[in-house]
Design a protein around this ligand. Structure first.
Ligand code: SF4
Length: 391
């Protein structure tokens, strides 16, 4: 068992960030406790933040972003006004770039993120999917247009005079920062590899505000490209009055958030939508005790008689099999708050320290079934098991 799978209290609490990014602001707004637990320091986590496990979708997104970044660099290096764009495309080695990036990401995760299952990621990565998404974007976006042009820089025709790439912007007052996916002349373009969400519009408006503060002018356009559905959305530019109102609310929020962090006023309100994909729920007692999140746990109100199919669930094992000892795979009768069941946990997810026995376990993504007329909960490749010890 890796060290991170022992549940420990933070050793240091976080300070307010020097600069707020869009993701830190929205995380704080959604659930302050999640921000707090993520940014605290733990004796069994080497990284600055508590790690979140990477998913295949995150890997796909990172690979596609890197492809676009490298493609931009390639275009800038080779193209001139007389160049044949087809040849520029042919000169870019998509597969080689993907393989190099995949290896880099896997090495990094292996080195820094004990929660990522490398086997699970490598078995699910779809390189052809990444290539198709990449081709969709470069066929749709005119990376370069004259900066005076007022129509969006989205076309079906490639332009042979392209520039762009990720751009980091930060300002001190208010203290905010952002990494923009692509800036082409005066256009801000965001790629999204998942489904459409309201938060994407808020994100690009945050970047528009950041740009406005940095350059004292607005970008020419704000564009979101959904690579899966090939939908290209142009978001209307905010007016100056809207930007001023935005700034007022942003400053107020940063003041409130900073004060809450300094005074450790941690609010928490678990609910199904907020908690379902929370990466620190194993550390959050409210999640395990709230009626609002019952549906995500083993006591999701399933009637034994009507339970037909296996289901993925979280579960808190409050009473471990008395005959089981650490150093061995766990199998035996156990109790959650509401169920008596048999649990089976792989050896590699069980504690190896034979000198002490955990008192309970929090299981994320176990498989719940009925076997031989009894509830049966087992760990699978992607299941995480966190262990609690008495102090
Ligand atoms: S489990 Fe829910 S309430 Fe707890 S930190 Fe995560 S999002 Fe917040």
């Amino acid at each position: 068992m890796k060290e991170i799978y022992e549940i420990t209290a933070p050793i240091y609490h976080p300070s307010p960030p020097d600069k707020w990014s869009y993701s830190s602001l929205s995380l704080f707004k959604k659930c302050m406790k999640r921000w707090w637990l993520t940014n605290s320091k733990y004796s069994n986590s080497q990284e600055g933040k508590y790690p979140a496990p990477s998913s295949i979708a995150i890997f796909h997104g990172n690979i596609i972003h890197t492809l676009l970044d490298k493609f931009n660099t390639h275009v800038k290096q080779v193209i001139d006004n007389s160049s044949d764009y087809t040849k520029v495309l042919q000169g870019f080695s998509i597969r080689k770039t993907i393989h190099t990036e995949l290896q880099r990401l896997l090495n990094k995760e292996n080195r820094t993120n004990p929660r990522t299952s490398i086997d699970y990621i490598t078995s699910g990565i779809d390189l052809n999917y990444c290539i198709n998404q990449f081709k969709t974007i470069i066929a749709s976006v005119d990376f370069q247009k004259p900066s005076t042009q007022s129509t969006p820089s989205v076309s079906t025709k490639p332009n042979n005079n392209r520039t762009g790439g990720k751009r980091w912007i930060e300002i001190n007052d208010p203290p905010i920062c952002g990494k923009l996916d692509l800036v082409s002349r005066q256009d801000i373009i965001e790629y999204k590899t998942g489904k459409e969400e309201e938060g994407h519009i808020q994100q690009i408006l945050f970047y528009a505000y950041l740009w406005w503060k940095k350059h004292s002018t607005l970008p020419d356009s704000l564009i979101i490209i959904y690579t899966k559905t090939k939908i290209i959305k142009e978001i209307p530019l905010p007016t100056e009055a809207e930007l001023n109102q935005y700034e007022k609310e942003l400053r107020e929020n940063i003041t409130i958030y900073t004060s809450k962090i300094i005074h450790k006023e941690i609010s928490v309100s678990p609910d199904r939508t907020t908690c379902e994909h929370c990466s620190v729920k194993q550390l959050c007692n409210e999640y395990w005790n709230s009626d609002q999140t019952d549906i995500l746990r083993e006591n999701k109100g399933i009637e034994f008689d009507y339970f037909q199919e296996a289901t993925w669930t979280d579960a808190e094992i409050q009473s471990l099999p008395p005959e089981w000892t650490p150093g061995k795979p766990l199998i035996g009768k156990a109790m959650t708050k509401n169920l008596e069941l048999t649990i089976q946990i792989d050896n590699q997810k069980c504690p190896t320290d034979t000198t002490r026995k955990p008192t309970s376990a929090r299981i994320l993504g176990g498989l719940l079934e009925i076997k031989n007329g009894e509830w049966f909960l087992s760990s699978k490749t992607n299941t995480e098991v966190f262990w609690k010890y008495s102090k």
